[in-house]
Write a protein of this length. Structure first.
Ligand SMILES: Nc1ncnc2c1ncn2[C@@H]1O[C@H](COP(=O)(O)OP(=O)(O)OP(=O)(O)O)[C@@H](O)[C@H]1O
Length: 281
């Protein structure tokens, strides 16, 4: 029996009169690459927001590695081992590639480390970038920790093939590489589960082809279980082992890519006819 790493247990998320997610009941198995597809507004991102603690569901529970994380706050959930990327890129554009990754490594500092930094430097200056945090570390002699963080950051960049760009500003990277950096930043928190929200959005065909290899590679190298929202059907069908289809907040189909693309209900609600006879890679 495969182990469930993440369980969405009858989750309903209601906003006023709108039921954005309706009795979502499914699970992500350890090592699995699971796709979540469906029309715009079907509730996919809302499901991610419930899993990552941004919303507390109206009904249901989220179980991660045997722990009920439903009431947990986003940073606690990240700390436990769930990382995500967002639909629109959220990098620190003025920071270098390496700095972007280092900032995500806060988990390496204990609470008392952070307290000491806060005591010495007062509150975080208004409007400052997270670079403040790194500078503060350096100033008060956290050099050893800083060195450790840089070392780990560089190692991570090497693993994801971005090492040669470590000193570049994030804003200078082409779109496809910015998306890759976002994933790298999520990996810097040492997740067991990675949630990717439309990683291929805005990519050209070559970039999305590369992304598919990249997703498989990091799944294997970092022992991840991945839940992926994506509208690019070539990517979804090519990379996912199992797919869930959401429509009006409810799961209307579940299966292997080849089953999903033939499913009449999915074709009607979302895919259209063009995918019926296409071959998954
Ligand atoms: N905070 C909120 N308050 C009210 N309604 C919301 C909120 N967040 C999402 N919704 C609504 O919930 C529904 C589901 O939205 P959601 O963003 O989860 O869909 P989606 O499947 O991710 O769509 P897309 O593919 O366009 O990203 C939509 O009708 C949306 O307007």
């Amino acid at each position: 029996m495969m182990k469930k790493i993440l369980e969405m247990n009858h989750i309903t998320m209601q906003f006023g009169g709108l039921i954005a997610v309706n009795d979502f009941h499914n699970q992500l198995y350890e090592g699995e690459l699971l796709g979540l597809i469906g029309p715009n507004g079907a509730g996919k991102t809302t499901a991610f927001n419930v899993i990552t603690g941004i919303y507390i569901p109206t009904k249901g529970k989220v179980i991660f590695d045997g722990i009920d994380i439903t009431p947990f706050r986003p940073h606690e959930i990240t700390h436990l081992g769930i990382a995500r990327t967002f639909q629109n890129i959220r990098l620190f554009q003025d920071m270098t590639v390496l700095e972007n990754v280092i900032v995500a490594q806060h988990h390496m500092l204990s609470n008392s480390d952070v307290d000491k930094i806060m005591k010495k430097h007062g509150k975080k200056p208004k409007g400052s970038s997270p670079m403040w945090f790194i500078k503060a570390l350096t100033k008060i002699g956290y050099l050893s920790k800083e060195k450790e963080m840089i070392k780990e950051g560089l190692l991570l960049l090497e693993k994801v093939g971005l090492l040669h760009l470590a000193e570049e500003k994030a804003s200078a990277l082409p779109y496809g590489l910015q998306r890759k950096l976002e994933i790298a930043r999520a990996l810097a928190t040492h997740p067991k589960v990675l949630l990717l929200d439309e990683p291929a959005a805005g990519m050209n065909p070559q970039e999305s082809e590369e992304l598919m290899h990249f997703i498989r590679k990091i799944r294997d190298e970092f022992n991840l279980s991945i839940l992926l929202i994506e509208h690019d059907m070539k990517v979804v069908m090519g990379v996912c082992e199992r797919i869930l289809v959401l429509d009006y907040g409810a799961i209307i189909a579940e299966g292997k890519p080849e089953e999903i693309q033939k499913n009449p209900r999915v074709i009607e609600a979302y895919l259209g006819e063009e995918w019926k006879n296409a071959k998954a890679e």
